[in-house]
Design a protein around this ligand. Sequence first.
Ligand SMILES: NC(=O)c1ccc[n+]([C@@H]2O[C@H](COP(=O)([O-])OP(=O)(O)OC[C@H]3O[C@@H](n4cnc5c(N)ncnc54)[C@H](OP(=O)(O)O)[C@@H]3O)[C@@H](O)[C@H]2O)c1
Length: 260
Amino acid sequence: MSASKKIAVVGATGRLGRHVVDVLTEQGHDAVAFSRANGVDIESGVGLVEALEGVEVVIDASSTPSADKDVATEFFRSAAKNLHEAGQKAGVERLVVVSIIGIDGSVAGYNAAKLAHEVALLEGPLPVQILRAAQFHELVEVMTQWGTQGEVAYLPNMRTQLVAARTVAEALVALAVDPAPESTDGPFPEVAGPQPETMAGAAATLAARVGHPARIEESSDPANPDRALFENGGLLPGAHAELAGPTFAEWVEANFPAAN
Ligand SMILES: NC(=O)c1ccc[n+]([C@@H]2O[C@H](COP(=O)([O-])OP(=O)(O)OC[C@H]3O[C@@H](n4cnc5c(N)ncnc54)[C@H](OP(=O)(O)O)[C@@H]3O)[C@@H](O)[C@H]2O)c1
């Protein structure tokens, strides 16, 4: 095991962040949990410099609930700026941040905001390592809830190589505790699940396990400029990606009791 490090986790209460805290703690590191609930606001910067005292590396797993491109872009740009400024003042060595596989051509919504996030992060001054992840297993339930109308859930036509948030957390922690690479040239590292799936197919697997909603339908939104990216495999990992289980079906079986 690597020597114990003091590592801050921004978004420590989120779907991903809680696993990052667990993995760090299990490996004997000093995980400092940041979220607004414990007085650290990455968007406004309130509490950030003080909370970063003695922190060597920051893992940023924070997010905004807004899928609006402008609102989310504002959040991520402010977060990047505040993290760099406060991190530099506090003597942080580097930032490790999670992003999303396949967003290069995104022009709409949350994915376009994450692209702006990457650009803002790379402006420095601190060294940054960006890990791009596939959609999380945990997102399927959320998207099913968003899309449910009565007995039917409408899921976007989307090809994705779903991955467990815990698996992404392990990959982020590995980046944070390993020595910084000499060069970050080349594509961003990627982490994804073991096999390509469709969002609607995954939602159907989950619905079959928990007993609702009664029907899943795949829908295609002609008004979404990122539609082709979603539908034609643009969100699938590259050849260099780290692929790791569990599969979505295995994860559902382990995390949801079967319907009676
Ligand atoms: N979900 C996916 O499928 C997926 C896939 C690939 C990459 N990612 C990336 O993974 C990251 C985490 O996503 P997630 O789904 O785990 O997010 P999430 O569950 O929505 O969690 C967001 C976290 O950010 C914190 N937060 C929100 N506003 C904050 C603020 N102003 N200051 C400090 N903390 C704040 C929240 O805590 P408080 O509300 O208490 O502040 C919470 O802990 C995001 O960058 C996302 O783009 C997600």
